[in-house]
Design a protein around this ligand. Structure first.
Ligand code: F6P
Length: 536
């Protein structure tokens, strides 16, 4: 396929820049609502399991037309189709990108036989673990994509889990992660899953070795029963002594791997039928992404909005506000998905990018975030688009709590958009505690600029299917902005340098002849090393 142009090298980009000057720069969402009674309808989108209201954003249908022209000129549809068909979409690693094949029905995507044979085996094992009365604790040892997706999903789907079994996640090489957990576990009743695509990651290997050592110290002998591995490196798992291994393939990126054998802890937690529902939800979103016209294609529209915000409005960050406690790990998961994918500074051809790429993605569940950093979102000097995720029906019976939760989510989006003028603030009765402070000055402190953008997603309920669809939506959205920027969203060379330097520093911190050696180090690192070793 011939190369697609980078977004900033198109005629559509120049047209979009003109639109920005004329209409985008000073866009006021409140005025847009006043102008257009059909705004909510025009900017509300249905997709499988996920409804999205984009109307509180700084754009209108005219902006969307310019953005859609950009998508067409950047050949988004043929590039999407090529990726879904298994073309090498990750050229710097020479790999296809086919996490979508992991959730496709048998026969509907490349590598179907391998995928379904492994899935069936993994799910049969997961159900056997669930039925095993002797196993009470499952410990997933993995990091990055081998941790964040499963940990997030198991927390999100807590309502679907067996109360008898607990699923734990250990990721950090910091012993403060593993040690307190081991202190609470009974080796005879514990299953360790060593999750690592490469089976070489320092943190995971260190934790897996420590867990095995602990298991043996506790008198454990049956490694086959108490250890399993999920990896593309089946040989390394066997060398480690693990005989129960579920494999996957190099065309599954780490941050896209929860749908593969890496999802084993999810399958143990929720069972095979629910895991299949998770895959089906994601597949429904894949079909929407693959076939909906771009003007109705929610992941594409979100990716276009991301480009509009990052490159024209200059918004450097996006805050995720899931109004569901189960989604407490979603921001961390999305950080890896978006920032590891699109935190790149050169395009596919290796040219330095003249435009900004991944924003900082961050957040906390509502309402907690409201009592921490929402002050800045409302009145700070940066404009930070917020994504509210609201769930219509909760998994608990505390109806009043849920009404309060939803009222807060809606109110925050409203407050960000509407703001409060100085005149409105001045007209308010001021608490007696404020007496003595100049009322006009006080009104300025109590003013909200408004016109702060947000997107609101609504799920009917947080289920395996809706979670699957929502995550797939996000994956494709990240691909969309990455494709427009002309970057490779599927490699992660930026994590390698730190890993290599840590390996060189390690012997200088461990017992042995190199301990304390600062030769060849920069002055700062040398001084810090000495301080940490007590020799400063
Ligand atoms: O640190 C980068 C990274 O390669 C991530 O992309 C990946 O998800 C994580 O490390 C873990 O890798 P592995 O599954 O091979 O242990």
């Amino acid at each position: 396929m011939s190369a697609a142009p980078r977004c900033d090298e198109t005629a559509a980009w120049a047209a979009l820049a003109g639109h920005w000057q004329a209409h985008g720069r000073d866009f006021d969402v409140r005025e847009a609502f006043a102008r257009d009674a059909g705004r909510v309808a025009a900017l509300s989108f249905e997709s499988p399991e996920v409804f999205a209201d984009l109307s509180k954003n700084r754009l209108d249908t005219a902006t969307l037309h310019f953005l859609l022209d950009l998508a067409h000129e950047c050949r988004l549809e043929p590039r999407r189709d090529a990726m879904l068909a298994g073309d090498v979409a990750n050229p710097t690693e020479g790999r296809a990108v086919l996490h979508t094949a992991l959730r496709a029905p048998r026969g509907a995507a490349p590598f179907s036989d391998e995928v379904h044979t492994t899935l069936d085996a993994m799910l049969a094992y997961a159900d056997a673990v669930r039925a095993d009365e002797g196993i009470t604790d499952i410990v997933n040892i993995g990091i990055g994509g081998s941790d964040l997706g499963p940990a997030m999903a198991v927390a999100a789907l807590a309502a679907f889990t067996l109360p008898r079994q607990r699923v734990h996640f250990v990721s950090n090489v910091d012993g403060h992660d593993l040690a307190p957990l081991l202190a609470r576990l009974d080796a005879k009743r514990t299953l360790f899953i060593v999750a690592s695509k490469t089976f070489t990651t320092q943190e995971t290997m260190a934790n897996a070795l420590a867990a095995r050592e602990w298991f043996v110290q506790q008198g454990g002998t049956d490694i086959a029963r108490h250890f399993a591995a999920t990896t593309t490196n089946v040989k390394a798992a066997a060398d480690f002594g693990i005989t129960t291994t579920f494999g996957f393939w190099d065309w599954v990126g780490g941050r896209y791997s929860l749908w593969s054998a890496i999802g084993l802890p999810i399958a143990v937690a929720i069972g095979s039928a629910a895991f299949r529902a998770l895959l089906a939800g994601a597949h429904a979103m894949d079909r929407h992404f693959a076939s909906a016209p771009l003007a109705q294609n929610l992941p594409v529209l979100l990716g276009l909005l991301d480009v509009w915000y990052r490159n024209f409005h200059g918004f450097a960050s996006r805050s995720i506000a899931p109004y569901h406690q189960g989604l407490k790990r979603l921001p961390a998961f999305l950080q890896q998905l978006e920032m590891e994918s699109n935190g790149k500074g050169v395009d596919m051809a290796g040219r330095a990018l003249p435009l900004a790429t991944s924003p900082v993605v961050w957040g906390e569940p509502g309402t907690n975030g409201q009592h921490a950093y929402f002050q800045m979102l409302h009145q700070g000097t940066d404009v930070i688009p917020v994504e509210f995720i609201l769930v219509k029906t909760p998994a608990h019976g505390l109806a009043d709590s849920h009404a309060k939760l939803l009222a807060n989510g809606l109110a925050q989006a409203q407050a960000l958009m509407l703001g409060k003028t100085e005149a409105e603030a001045a007209a308010e009765s001021v608490p007696t505690a404020d007496a003595g402070f100049d009322r006009a000055v006080l009104a300025r402190h109590r003013t909200f600029p408004g016109n702060r953008p947000s997107t609101t997603f609504v799920l009917d309920a947080l289920t395996p299917a809706s979670l699957g669809a929502f995550l797939a939506l996000y994956e494709h959205r990240v691909w969309t902005s990455g494709a427009l920027w002309g970057i490779n969203s599927f490699d992660q060379w930026g994590v390698e340098l730190g890993k290599a330097l840590a390996n060189r520093l390690l012997p200088r911190l461990q017992e042995g002849p190199q301990r304390g050696d600062t030769s060849g180090l920069d002055a700062s690192t040398a001084a810090l090393l000495q301080r940490l070793l007590g020799s400063a």
